[in-house]
Design a binder for this molecule. Structure first.
Ligand code: GDP
Ligand code: MG
Length: 362
């Protein structure tokens, strides 16, 4: 799963990216079409995994991961000028969700492209850019479909084209009414039809209000947009970046001194998980205990496929236990003896925090 970090210039995207990665996991910057892009994979902090690791002492403890990409280059007015450039659009479109960074920190030395600090206005600017980009994409596609229709085609082709055109026209009306595509209910069929488009306003949105170090400077939070796959969170980006670069001991001391309960980046990663619609399940053997991400509502078979295609191909049954019951039993064998492991079939809906042991045969 990957999240693209976007926002106006100087809003603190790179600062927050560094906070998430602790400045360690950065990979080389590459720049197709002159873009500034950097990517890092971040472990999802999970106290349950820590507890399992401590109790069972496997050789390895492996976290679920999320990939973050810091994408520079989005600015006001790109959408009006005929849409985002191909490379920028591709960079943004390939993510499962978007993180929008809004500047709320005061600074005499960092200029703001709009000349003043107003996170609600900046959010509107970004949302407009995303909407204009989707409208341009729909417009281009409709144009092509109309041309194709005028050339004839088989009845089946014409029918498919007509259905796609009707759907795109409906979505255009949604955007023209100022609503993101995220809010438009779609049938599974329609979703399938749209999968290849990568519409930006369809993606889940995590909005980060980037505040300054001093709470006395905090502005009122902008009104959080309503909707299901959209979340807003405040973060002191610069402070978090500095914390992330300290040793764990130093950071803990610092947190205690300022009465901060946990690193803000933990909240960001959790919110990312939430907005992506993911849950965690665990697997365990002598070698490793591992946390895996699965889409909420995913089945035991999908969980098996996440681990390895062989497990899905040869799936027989899943043995399932909540992680805390496993801790209580002390071992899988003991849990089995006590009858705490449930046998579930491939359609079983996996719940957050369950340990799965897949029985398979290939
Ligand atoms: N005082 C303060 N400065 C910040 C904060 N976040 C970012 N900056 C500064 O703002 C400038 C732009 O930040 P950067 O992360 O490069 O923004 P980007 O263009 O969105 O990637 C840099 O000089 C940062 O040091 C913050 O929370 N507080
Ligand atoms: Mg940057």
């Amino acid at each position: 799963m990957q999240i693209g970090i976007i926002g106006l210039p100087q809003s603190g995207k790179t600062t927050i990216f560094r906070a998430l990665t602790g400045g360690r996991a950065e990979r080389s910057t590459f720049a197709p079409g002159g873009l500034q892009v950097q990517t890092a994979i971040v472990n999802v902090p999970d106290p349950r995994l820590d507890a399992l690791g401590e109790r069972f002492q496997p050789r390895r403890t492996v976290h679920a991961q999320i990939q973050y990409t810091d994408i520079g280059g989005l600015e006001r007015g790109l959408g009006e000028a005929g849409g985002l450039s191909g490379p920028l659009l591709n960079q943004i479109a390939q993510n499962d969700a978007l993180m929008v960074v809004l500047r709320a920190f005061p600074s005499a030395i960092v200029p703001h492209p709009e000349g003043s600090i107003d996170p609600a206005r900046d959010l509107a600017i970004i949302q407009d850019e995303l909407m204009l980009s989707d409208m341009a994409l729909i417009e281009r596609r409709l144009q092509r479909l109309r041309e194709r229709m005028s050339k004839g085609g088989t009845p089946a082709e014409r029918e498919a084209n007509a259905r796609e055109m009707a759907l795109l026209e409906r979505l255009m009306a949604v955007l023209e009414a100022g609503r993101p595509l995220r809010d438009e209910p779609l049938s599974p069929d329609e979703e399938r039809m749209l999968r290849g488009y990568g519409f930006l306003t369809q993606k889940p949105l995590l909005i980060i209000v980037n505040q300054g170090d001093d709470p006395a400077d905090d502005l009122p939070m902008p009104k959080a947009p309503e909707g299901e796959r959209i979340t807003m969170l405040a973060l002191r980006g610069q402070l978090e970046m500095e914390l992330a670069q300290m040793s764990p001991e130093e950071a803990a001391e610092f947190l205690a001194e300022f009465g901060i309960e946990e690193l803000g980046l933990y909240r960001v990663v959790r919110a990312s998980y939430e907005v992506l619609g993911l849950i965690t399940f665990f697997t365990m053997n002598e070698e490793e205990i591992r946390a895996w991400a699965l889409r909420r509502g995913g089945t035991a078979l999908e969980a098996a496929a996440t681990i390895h295609t062989d497990l899905a191909r040869g799936f027989i049954r899943a043995e399932v236990i909540e992680y805390d019951r496993l801790l209580e039993a002390g071992s899988l064998a003991e849990a089995r003896r006590r009858g705490w492991l449930r046998l579930e079939g491939k359609d079983y809906i996996v719940q957050d925090g369950e340990m799965l042991y897949i029985r398979f045969n290939v």
